[in-house]
Design a binder for this molecule. Structure first.
Ligand code: ARG
Length: 468
């Protein structure tokens, strides 16, 4: 066997007596997908080189050369001029080989005191930190969008549902602020997840640490990490931060899918509660009248793939003994697709939500149907001294009568209502109106327009503080 063949892979080919099978090379390579982390890989290498220089492992001149070479490589990648090679397996070895091409022997010194195991763990964390920061900004934009719409809808009355049956009237603004609260928790979860991402594994080397006098605190600081990790074995094998992120992403998608479901229903001719601008919809090739709410439908559908990625990652980690195993290479595609799906879905919603227009008349009409103020009548009777259970019974009978006569409670005459309870007086009509019903729920967390305005104010102050 010739030397060139033997050294099929110059980075680790030393002990091999035959080149790796071509199929195996392709099968085990990750460069097609992990090149997405090229920027972070270079960033990590530059910090590593600076640290090695400061502890005397590299000379200042070598460090200069390395940084210069890596910077040029970054430009080549950016301009699409970089030639990625499957034979070089992954993003790390592709970049390192190119560096050696460029600067010769000094390029080979960069890998001193590190391994691809801690290198890849570092790259993923850097990559995720960038993406999480972007996603946090998108969540904020979505929250702002919700507030924009909610501010227009503080007094808009719609039916509130339980079991998708008309329950009690609510304000549309209140419904929207329920969404806001969900995103708020998503935001907090992501912030929390970021804390565990932002820790530096570099220095763990292959699994046990390194014999060089490295300064991991320095590398951590250079890369903006909170601190170095505390256990080398854990550092190279841990991917629970990725699982945590995907689980947070799953919860976000679950929330989006719930709103998507509501938007799809509300945009239907049967509900007709909202108008979705045409730019978020598409038509049908056969039915000329169709305007389909594709964006919410797709987001609802994409939720499934993110759940799938969570299951993939959990299963990937399950039963893995310490420390690094090649299994972990499979973490990237689910993670990347989770990021892409989440970014797309959040962008779509952040653009779409503030552009929604309510159809107030239809919402109001719908709220009037289904005896949505029945609880208000019961509460009214309680105030007149009737026990709640008896009041419930009285209102039940009045509703039964209304169903038969096709009349809402507010449409009955006083005499009709008094058939069910002689304590009912003229003032009952103040509570039987939709406006009276919502206005009466005037406490923190309630649906009264006054409370919705306060909730929006509070939220705006929170967002201002966040952006300050
Ligand atoms: N491409 C690998 C991954 O994504 C990098 C680490 C490989 N380490 C190794 N010793 N084979 O996990």
């Amino acid at each position: 066997m010739t030397d060139t063949k033997k050294a099929a892979n110059q980075q680790w080919g030393g002990r091999f007596s035959e080149p790796v099978d071509t199929f195996v090379a392709r099968f085990t390579a990750s460069v097609e997908f992990d090149q997405r982390m090229a920027h972070q890989d270079i960033q990590g290498s530059i910090a590593h080189a600076k640290m090695l220089t400061s502890v005397g492992v590299l000379t200042a001149a070598e460090c200069e050369q390395i940084i210069q070479g890596l910077t040029e490589i970054a430009t080549e990648i950016e301009n699409g001029e970089f030639e990625w090679s499957i034979e070089l397996e992954d993003v790390h070895m592709n970049i390192e080989a190119r560096l050696t091409d460029k600067i010769g022997i000094t390029g080979k010194k960069l890998h001193t005191g590190r391994s691809r195991n801690d290198q890849v763990a570092t790259d993923i964390r850097l990559y995720m930190r960038d993406e999480v920061d972007f996603l946090l900004a998108e969540l904020t934009r979505l929250q702002q969008g919700i507030l924009t719409l909610a501010a227009k809808e503080t007094d808009t009355i719609m039916p509130g549902f339980t079991h998708l049956q008309t329950a009690q009237p609510v304000t549309f603004g209140h419904h929207l602020m329920a969404w806001y609260e969900m995103v708020q928790r998503d935001y907090e979860r992501l912030i929390d997840c970021r804390k565990r991402i932002n820790i530096l594994p570099l220095g763990a080397a292959a699994l046990a640490g390194t014999t060089y006098p490295i300064d991991r605190y320095m590398t951590a600081e250079l890369l903006g990490f909170e601190r170095p990790t505390y256990n080398s074995l854990d550092s190279v094998s841990d991917r629970d931060f990725a699982i945590e992120f995907t689980s947070t992403a799953s919860i976000i998608m679950m929330h989006l899918s719930r709103w998507a479901e509501e938007l799809v229903m509300w945009a239907s001719a049967q509900f007709n509660f909202i108008f979705l601008p045409d730019r978020f919809c598409t038509g049908s090739s056969i039915m000329p009248q169709k305007k389909n709410p594709d964006v919410p439908e797709l987001v609802r559908g994409k939720t499934g793939r993110v759940y799938g990625h969570l299951t993939s990652l959990l299963t990937l980690m399950k039963s893995q003994c310490l420390a690094y195993n090649k299994d972990n290479q499979e973490d990237k595609e689910p993670l990347f697709d989770t990021v892409d799906t989440l970014k797309g879905s959040l962008r779509a919603f952040a653009d779409m939500i503030p552009a929604i227009q309510s159809r107030k008349e239809y919402m109001y009409e719908a709220a009037k149907r289904g005896f949505s103020t029945a609880t208000d009548l019961a509460d009214y009777l309680v105030r007149k001294g009737v026990a709640f259970r008896d009041a419930h019974e009285i209102v039940g009978k009045a509703v039964g009568y209304g169903v038969k006569e096709n009349k809402d409670l507010s449409e009955m005459t006083l005499a009709e209502l008094q058939e069910f309870g002689d304590m009912i007086e003229q003032d009952v009509f103040e509570v039987l109106t939709l406006e009276g019903s919502v206005a009466a729920r005037d406490h923190i967390g309630g649906t009264a327009p006054e409370q919705v305005r306060k909730a929006i104010e509070r939220a705006n102050a929170d967002l201002d503080a966040r952006n300050a």
